[in-house]
Design a protein around this ligand. Sequence first.
Ligand code: ASP
Ligand code: MG
Length: 413
Amino acid sequence: MSLTVQKFGGTSLADPEKIHRAARRAIRAKLEGHRVVLVVSAMGHTTDELLTLARAVCADPPKRELDMLLTTGEQISIALMAMAIDAAGHEAISLTAGQLGLLTDSAHTRARIQRISRERLDRELAEGKIVIVAGFQGIDAGGEITTLGRGASDTTAAALAAVLGADVCEIYTDVDGVYTADPRVVPQARKIDEISYDVMLEMAAAGAVVMHSRAIEFAKKFNVPIHVRSSLTDAKGTMIMSETQSMEAVAVQGVTLKEDLAFVSLTAVPNTPGVAARIFAEVAKNHIVVDDIVQNIYDGGKFANLGFSTNAADAREARAVCERLAKSLGIGKVEVDEGVSKLSAIGVGMRTHTGIAATMFEALAHAAINIENISTSEIVISCIIRREDGPKALRFIHDAFKLGDTDNRPGSS
Ligand code: ASP
Ligand code: MG
């Protein structure tokens, strides 16, 4: 018997009517003959509201207690969802991560899933119930409640789909799929019908906010197709799946803007073996997420300038860590620029098409936008630019790659 995991985000559960609507979808899948696991987020803006509340009580809330507080949001949703399904005359059961046995490490507010027990899930499914799981939360070996990071209900859903060998993991949201660019910034953006795990991962890492990256990693590793679709209509959304040949036909599938970045520059870094290792070991030890790294040497190789982009939220900590390192390693200067964004173009077709970088740089030149740093990988080209140039830059490159055109886009509609 096939198995479907359906995940509903906060906006799709914002009020009782929306909860009923989501419940009806789950019931429909059940009546069509699938076993159904539902994963839900907290209603509406509950998580944000709880965070605000926490900060009103304590300037720097202990992470363990934050997890204790924030997980209540999902607990409300699972209970209400089970009630809605019951009200419609069908059987359901709500489960917290602890009840289910979704085990994580102990890193509060950013825990990682280690193991998911199938026992309880299988038992409830075998009894014909729709199983409703609280997204975003976990439990560690000591029984402490953890969370998986903001937006991580997606990850709960994908991980469950992987463990259960689901046929599909449906992510119901308030947009009707993945777009060639954020449609709020680029009105010409179009919905993509099919996208590969790798392109989606790069788009998420580069700022597309459609889905949590770790969810896509799980899906890729276990080859579970993800269907991102609207909770309001029955229209097909975007399938995130293994790469197909037709995906290679297009050089660039999407463009993104990542705004919440800071750029850390270390100048006059002694260029001797082990220095970069020391720097990044220290940065990692302090849980600072490094985005792109740029280094070049000068003065006959005696010194290097080293830069990396990081989350704006980590900028203060990154500065403190780098200033300590500068003292101990004899680094010239540390500068942190919090006014930057990263603009990226992404597509598997880049492997075989030429001139992609040139098209992007020309578009930016045409818009009179300066490029501060460039980084590339097999399927991504990124530029660090001033934050105020971001939206305009995004529109220009979307246009340059003809992403809004209807006729040259296999994989789009
Ligand atoms: N409720 C959590 C959040 O707002 C998890 C999620 O929605 O995915 O981050
Ligand atoms: Mg979300």
